[in-house]
Write a protein that binds this ligand. Structure first.
Ligand code: ADP
Length: 261
């Protein structure tokens, strides 16, 4: 099913959480980005278009401003993201540069999605970038995102971006194979759910808890993201991001949860 969906989709949004983008030391995993970029380049050669929604600004910022690690003050956290966002983009740029692919940074807030003029501008920019072979890398604009205008998690941002761009498929890469009947980190008898057609039924059937060290969303925001895009005819896949696995997804050798539109 995963392989079939991926082969059929032309416009795909890939979303990465910080846990997938980080290495064991909590730094941006450069080797992972390079390998993923290589696989993206193959995708593009085969006629696919893609957008990346990337967390990791805070992670990248901490590598540079380690002395801020314990500062919980909102101004420091926003400042950290401002520092880290530059580094994050530098990492993505370095990953795609050897493949002669350009990347573009797009930083958004909830406000942007609520304003029709801004929405139109964003949509046009996305279409132009992708048509010209540039890879848009989207993240929340944490510097301006105070609580009231915060999207809050990049699963939702990825879903909103997928709708805006009229994507065919949303792929949410996580530190987990997919949605389980209960949190598999805590329950050895948890079972993977390979396919979901009724999201309300799924919510009744499973229990969700625990967010990974880096994560802000948890599995619930991923399920909500799949529910958000479904009415627009966009299918979703939740699967493990590491090791970089576009090829494995294509040949059907990885597990995941598919939400069919
Ligand atoms: P990411 O950082 O990749 O966005 P998150 O850490 O936010 O990922 O969310 C994934 C985590 O959700 C898993 O590592 C797992 O511990 C937790 N989780 C809780 N309940 C479930 C469930 N029913 N199925 C799958 N994962 C679950």
């Amino acid at each position: 099913m995963i392989s079939k969906l991926l082969k059929a989709a032309r416009k795909i949004v890939f979303k990465f959480g910080s846990s997938t983008l980080s290495d064991r030391e909590g730094r941006i995993d450069t080797a992972f980005l390079a390998e993923f970029a290589r696989q993206c380049a193959d995708f593009i050669k085969n006629g696919k278009q893609l957008i990346i929604v990337s967390s990791g600004a805070q992670t990248a910022g901490l590598s540079a401003m380690g002395k801020w690690a314990r500062k919980k003050d909102i101004h420091y956290r926003q400042a950290l993201c401002a520092v880290g966002q530059v580094m994050l983009m530098k990492e993505w740029e370095c990953a795609f540069e050897p493949l002669s692919l350009n990347v573009a940074q797009i930083l958004l807030t909830q406000d942007d999605f609520g304003n029709s003029q801004r929405t139109l501008n964003m949509r046009n920019t996305l279409f132009t970038l992708v048509d010209e072979g540039v890879i848009p890398i989207i993240n929340e604009n944490d510097t301006v995102s105070v609580e009231e205008i915060k999207i809050g998690d990049n699963d939702t941002l990825a879903a909103q971006s997928a709708i805006l761009w009229s994507a065919d498929l949303l792929v949410l890469f996580s530190d987990i194979d997919g949605v389980y009947t209960k949190n598999p980190q805590k329950n050895t008898d948890a079972e993977l759910i390979p396919q979901v057609t009724d999201i309300d039924e799924l919510r009744k059937k499973i229990s969700m808890d625990g967010i990974s060290a880096f994560g802000t969303g948890g599995i619930e925001t991923k399920i909500n993201a799949a529910a958000l895009v479904k009415p627009y005819g966009i299918s979703s896949i939740i699967t493990r991001g590491k090791p970089a696995s576009l090829e494995a997804l294509l040949n059907g050798s990885v597990n995941g949860t598919v939400f069919t539109a």
